[in-house]
Every structure is written in structure tokens, then in C-alpha cells.
Design a protein around this ligand. Structure first.
Ligand code: NAD
Length: 558
């Protein structure tokens, strides 16, 4: 490490304010976002470089972390840093408008694309699991998924209960990095929430960040609290500590256990290092994952089978039950639950109509670290979209209920056309100094045109093209060509090895005219990819939008 470069420590907050630690704002943004992903207020386990989603990491090892932060500090404004599964491999001379960082995480050739091979490579220090936004440095804590979860619950309540949420509750398990958004999302719809979590410290983290209202250690106390809130018609979220496979059968025996919506967000995509099998304490599972990983995997799969059977029982009682993107159905099928796929995925059930319109999880982050800047941006966006009911509904509740985790950030689902308007507005606010520092704009990989994931984002596509991953690659290529600030391509996010391929992009609004030009290209192309993908698969709305607007997608208005 050169003496001129600064040493950063994973877990510590990212630098704030206008003083640069690097040679330009794009490099600075990448550095701050990497550090923000690992901020102890944001990441699930910064000491192990784990951000969220089982073992989703931001850097492969501590020495890789150190080398990445060093390379970003030294990187020129016409160079790009190459990251291979969390390790920096080269700095190459490119162009000032090329991405400053190009990231490839966890990609394996098809025949070898399974956990067993990945685990061997990981043990040899050759690979890292990047999840979606962990290895691509655009995670913003549980907030990143809270609006998607809210939109999903909202739509489910619309479809099944005409939008009535009072006196109703959502049941789920898993209150980790992403699953921890469920209690708040349910409460934001006006419903109550009951969730099982095996690791008390995870539930406590949600309590601290105000995503969760209460924690109980036994079923009678939890049910009593839930019932009084249901009777009062007060939206309240409750965690019940224990293993889902121990507690769910007991809940099923109770006459008062009648959820209105049922799902799951345990890390069942990764039976060895994510899901906690029945009969294991937390200490035991941590030890056994190292000592006997095969045994843990087999025990976890058996438990997942039992878990899914409980969900099928709830479905058979007529309760809307859906898979929430953790591959629990495929894992249960591996251990003989043949009808696991009777439960449908959340994308075909509730989210695809949004994807068809290019709508997805736009997010922005204040590099200043100032809450005041976020407040100004929220207000400006409310003013920008006065007639947009969904935006008004979300931005009127989110700032009040979502506490800041790490750098101030906002998730805001926006469609084709609106993402561009929002990006240009934020850039203008940086230019006029209304916002005091540049703003990072990005999105989840879970988006309309960036993923191939047959058990999640591309489940049951109209033309059967669920497993075609060309679209995700084209998304990455298009974002690189359009001038995004960093672009990533990952394998296995959300649903695990062998089940998904997906791309991420981030663009920095630094207030310059050049940034405005890049924003026009990137924020037009990126959501347009969702329209191309769904129009090609035969969805009418996307074909209509494509016919009316697509010339603008390739030739942005200047
Ligand atoms: P995480 O690993 O941070 O959290 C998982 C939680 O489940 C942990 O708190 C763990 O203690 C708990 N858990 C594990 N086994 C359990 C058991 N048997 N009983 C009760 N609790 C148990 O993961 P995350 O980031 O919260 O993601 C959860 C899952 O959702 C993952 O599979 C992830 O890939 C998927 N995911 C879904 C979406 C979406 O939009 N739906 C987005 C991102 C991730």
C-alpha cells in the first residue's frame, strides 16, 4: 500500500462531504459506495465483508478490500478498474466517459454453475458470491427492498382483498438484510405483520432501525400482541424468535392463526450458509458450517422441505401464498416436495405489469452524507411528478418512516421516461448547489430488463423465454456503451448458483454537463431494456410503449 493512499476499515462509515479522497467524483462515488455497503449500520456482517443475502459480499478478502480502496484512490479519470469476483485485477486505460469500474461476480460456465463447484473455488480463494447489490456496491440497507416489498404487498391486498388491510396480517419468516424490510412494508400498507426469525440479533437490528415494532420469544405472547393490534385495527409488526420449522407447525394448529398473505424470506437459496436447519442453535450452525458443510446442507434441505409443506398447507386453506424470490420451491423439490411449484412467484403474480412499463427500483444516494440534501431531493421529486399517484403515495410515507442507514438514500420505483426526468433533476440540483455534493443513482439488479431468473424475475414469461440470459448481457453492454459510472454482471443473485444471471448499473450525477449527457443515455437505455425484453416476449403494453417511444430510446432528446 502506497503511503499516499489512505487505509479504510470495513464497518466504518464512508467519508462524507466535498473533500475528495480520489482523483475524481466517479472514483470517489465508487469508493464511498463500497465503504457504505460495509458500514456496520448497513451491512449484516462487515467483519466477514458480508453485506446481505446469505454470504453476499462486497470484496473477496480483507486484502482485496484494501487493494480495491487503494486502486480507487489511484485511478485516473480515463481509466477503468476491473474487479473479478471481489478482487481487483487490473487498471486499464479507457476513456473519460467509460465506466470507472467494471465488475464480474460469481460467473461460472453453465455445466459448473452450482454451489458445490462454487464452494470449492471459494475455499481456494478464487471466487466470491456477489449477490445482487452487495458485490456491485449499490446496497442501501433494507430500504433498498422496502418499496418493492411494499408494492408487492399493496398489489396482493388489491388483488385479493380489494385493497382492505385493516385487521389483516402478513406472515413470513426471515428478517435479514432484505427480509427485514417486510415488517415495515406490511405496516406501510396498513396491515400487521408476524415474522419468524431464528437469529435474535437479526430481529434486534430491525428493531434498532425501526423496521420492526416488537420481538417475542413465545407463540402465546406473540399471538396475544398480534390479536390486540388486529382488533384495534392498528398496523403493528411483530417478530417471533425461533426456527420456522419448529414454530410453523405449532402456529398451524392454532385456530387464531389466520394470515391474509403468506410468504418467506429465509436465505433458502443457500442451504449450506444461509438457511438454519431445524435442531441447530445459532452457535452450532456457525460451527457446523465450517466443520461439516455437507451435513448442514442436507439437514437444511430437509428442513426447507418441511417448511414448504407448511406453506402449501396455508395455501390449501385458501390463503394467498407466494414465493418471494429465495428459491425455496426449487430447494424443497430437491427433497421430494413434488408440488412445490403450486405456489407461484411474486413477479408473475404481482410485479410483471410494472416491469412491462419499464418500472423498477430506481435509487439515489447523497454523497454529502447530509439528511437535508435527501429532504430537498424528496421534495423536488414530489414537485416533479404532481399527478403521479404512486410516487406521491410513496414519497409521502417513506421519508417519515424510513430511518437513515449509512449515507442518506431513497428507493423510488420509477418507469421508463420518469427515471430520466428524475436523474436530470438531481444533476441540476447538484449543479446549482441546492444539493451540496454529487448524487449516486443506481438500481437493484432485480429490474425489468436486467435479469434472467426463471424462478423469479423471468418466471412464466409469455413466450417461454424464462432462461434466456442474452437480455441481461445486452443490458450490461448497453449501460457500458451509454457511459454508466460502474457496471456489473453477476451470477446466482437472489436464487443462488445456477438459477440467475443479472446486470447492475450505477451512474453519478455530479452536476456537470457531461453527467447530464451520460444520464440521458443511461437512464433512457436502462429501463428501455425492460420494454424491449417484454415487447419481444409478446406483452401488449410493452409493444405499445415500444411503438410509441422507442426511437427516443436509441436517440435520446438533447
Ligand atoms: P439474509 O441472509 O440477510 O437473511 C436471512 C434470514 O433468515 C436471516 O436473518 C436468518 O437468520 C433467517 N433464517 C434462516 N433460516 C431460518 C429458519 N429456519 N427459520 C427462521 N429464520 C431463518 O438474507 P436476505 O438479504 O434477507 O434475503 C433473504 C432471501 O430473499 C434470500 O434468499 C435472498 O436471495 C432473497 N432475496 C429476495 C429479494 C426480493 O426482492 N424478494 C431481494 C433480495 C433477496
Amino acid at each position: 500500500i502506497l503511503s499516499t493512499t489512505k487505509n479504510f476499515i470495513p464497518g466504518e462509515p464512508a467519508p462524507r462531504g466535498s473533500k475528495l479522497n480520489t482523483k475524481g467524483w466517479l472514483q470517489e462515488a465508487a469508493l464511498r459506495m463500497l465503504l457504505n455497503n460495509l458500514d456496520k449500520e448497513v451491512a449484516e456482517n462487515p467483519a466477514e465483508l458480508v453485506v446481505y443475502g446469505g454470504r453476499g459480499k462486497a470484496a473477496r478478502s480483507h486484502s482485496d478490500f484494501k487493494n480495491i480502496t487503494k486502486a480507487l484512490q489511484e485511478l485516473e479519470s480515463d481509466e477503468s478498474l476491473l474487479i473479478q469476483s471481489g478482487s481487483p485485477v487490473a487498471r486499464i486505460k479507457t476513456w473519460s466517459h467509460s465506466p470507472r469500474v467494471l465488475i464480474a461476480n460469481s460467473n461460472l460456465v453453465g455445466n459448473w454453475a452450482h454451489w458445490e463447484h462454487f464452494d470449492d473455488l471459494e475455499k481456494k480463494g478464487l471466487m466470491m458470491y456477489g449477490q445482487m447489490t452487495a458485490g456491485s456496491w449499490i446496497y442501501i440497507g433494507s430500504q433498498g427492498i422496502v418499496q418493492g416489498t411494499y408494492e408487492t404487498f399493496y398489489e396482493a391486498f388489491q388483488q385479493h382483498y380489494n385493497g382492505e388491510t385493516k385487521g389483516k396480517f402478513v406472515f413470513s419468516s426471515g428478517l435479514g438484510g432484505m427480509g427485514g424490510a417486510q415488517p415495515l412494508a406490511a405496516v406501510l400498507t396498513g396491515a400487521c405483520f408476524l415474522g419468524i426469525e431464528v437469529d435474535r440479533s437479526r430481529a434486534e437490528m430491525r428493531l434498532k432501525s425501526k423496521y420492526l415494532d416488537e420481538i417475542y420469544d413465545d407463540i402465546p405472547a406473540a399471538m396475544e400482541a398480534l390479536k390486540s393490534s388486529l382488533i384495534e385495527g392498528k398496523a403493528r409488526s411483530i417478530a417471533l424468535i425461533g426456527n420456522a420449522v419448529d414454530l410453523l407447525p405449532k402456529l398451524l394448529e392454532r385456530a387464531d392463526f389466520k394470515p391474509s398473505l403468506v410468504t418467506d424470506q429465509t436465505s433458502s437459496h443457500d442451504p449450506t450458509y444461509g438457511y438454519v436447519p431445524q435442531g441447530y442453535s445459532m452457535e452450532q450452525v456457525i460451527h457446523e458450517r465450517k466443520a461439516n458443510p455437507k451435513k448442514v446442507e442436507q439437514d437444511a434441505l430437509k428442513s426447507i422441505g418441511k417448511h414448504l409443506k407448511c406453506l402449501l398447507e396455508l395455501k390449501s386453506r385458501g390463503i394467498p401464498t407466494f414465493d418471494y424470490g429465495n428459491n425455496i420451491r426449487a430447494m424443497a423439490k430437491k427433497v421430494g416436495v413434488e408440488n412445490a411449484f403450486d405456489i407461484k412467484g411474486f413477479v408473475p403474480e404481482y410485479i410483471r405489469p410494472l416491469f412491462c412499463k419499464g418500472k423498477g427500483p430506481f435509487r439515489f444516494i447523497m454523497l454529502s452524507g447530509e439528511a437535508e440534501d435527501l429532504k430537498k431531493a424528496d421534495q423536488a421529486l414530489l414537485n416533479l411528478f404532481p399527478n403521479h399517484k404512486d410516487i406521491q403515495r410513496w414519497l409521502s410515507v417513506a421519508p417519515k418512516r424510513i430511518s437513515i442507514q449509512g449515507l442518506p438514500a431513497r428507493i423510488l420505483w420509477l418507469g421508463y421516461g420518469d427515471r430520466l426526468k428524475a436523474g436530470l433533476l438531481l444533476n441540476q440540483m447538484v449543479k446549482t448547489k441546492e444539493i451540496s455534493c454529487p448524487v449516486v443513482i443506481g438500481r437493484d439488479h432485480l429490474d425489468c430488463g436486467s435479469v434472467a431468473s426463471p424462478y423469479r424475475e423471468t418466471e412464466s414469461m409469455a413466450d417461454g423465454s424464462d432462461a434466456v440470459a442474452d437480455w441481461a448481457l445486452l443490458n450490461a453492454f448497453g449501460n457500458i456503451s451509454s457511459g454508466a459510472s460502474w457496471v456489473s454482471f453477476h451470477h446466482g443473485g437472489g436464487v443462488g448458483m445456477g438459477y440467475s444471471l443479472h446486470a447492475g448499473m450505477v451512474i453519478v450525477a455530479d452536476g456537470t454537463a457531461e453527467a447530464a449527457e451520460r444520464l440521458k443515455r443511461v437512464l433512457t437505455f436502462d429501463p428501455a431494456m425492460g420494454i424491449f425484453r417484454h415487447a419481444d416476449a409478446g406483452y401488449d403494453i410493452s409493444q405499445k410503449i415500444a411503438e410509441e417511444h422507442m426511437s427516443r430510446a436509441v436517440e435520446p432528446d438533447s
